[in-house]
Design a binder for this molecule. Structure first.
Ligand code: HEC
Length: 120
């Protein structure tokens, strides 16, 4: 009896794992994208929120309002000027899509005119 139960449990677990793996393949995840943006060192030139960096005077602002995903991916793969290119071997498409979702999730700064303390 308990053998059958554990088989059913195992089968359910296996099905759950497959379902999770599928979900991960399709939905870009902004939280994972933030981790990837840090892990691959993009923040060092572009700032932790993609705001651009004046310290290295290198990386342009990438957010808010990032370029479309396919342009973003094409640039990262093929850039040959100041930014090093990242091949798919080093940086998988899935991580790039997550990073793009992260950049897209960053809100625009408020207009200072809408902040009373800055308008006295
Ligand atoms: C060594 C510094 C450096 C690192 C690290 C770096 N970048 Fe860049 N990035 C740059 C510079 C400089 C430019 C502008 C280059 C140019 O116009 O050729 C740029 C441009 C870009 C652009 C095009 C922006 C535009 O509006 O034209 C994208 C997209 C981009 N980077 C994404 C990334 C991502 C994603 C990573 C991490 C995987 C990354 N970069 C890592 C320096 C860097």
């Amino acid at each position: 009896m308990s053998r059958i139960v554990s088989r059913v449990v195992l089968a359910a677990l296996a099905a759950g794992t497959v379902a999770l793996a599928h979900g991960a393949a399709f939905a870009a995840d902004a939280r994972k994208g933030k981790d990837a943006f840090m892990k691959y060192g993009c923040w060092q030139c572009h700032g932790t929120e993609g705001q651009g960096s004046s310290i290295t005077s290198a990386g342009k602002a990438l957010a808010p309002d990032p370029m479309p995903l396919d342009t973003f991916v094409a640039f990262v793969r093929a850039t040959d000027r100041a930014m090093p290119p990242y091949s798919e071997k080093v940086l998988p498409n899935e991580d790039l899509a997550d990073m793009h979702a992260y950049l897209a999730s960053i809100p625009k700064a408020k207009d200072y005119k809408s902040i009373p303390l800055l308008n006295q």
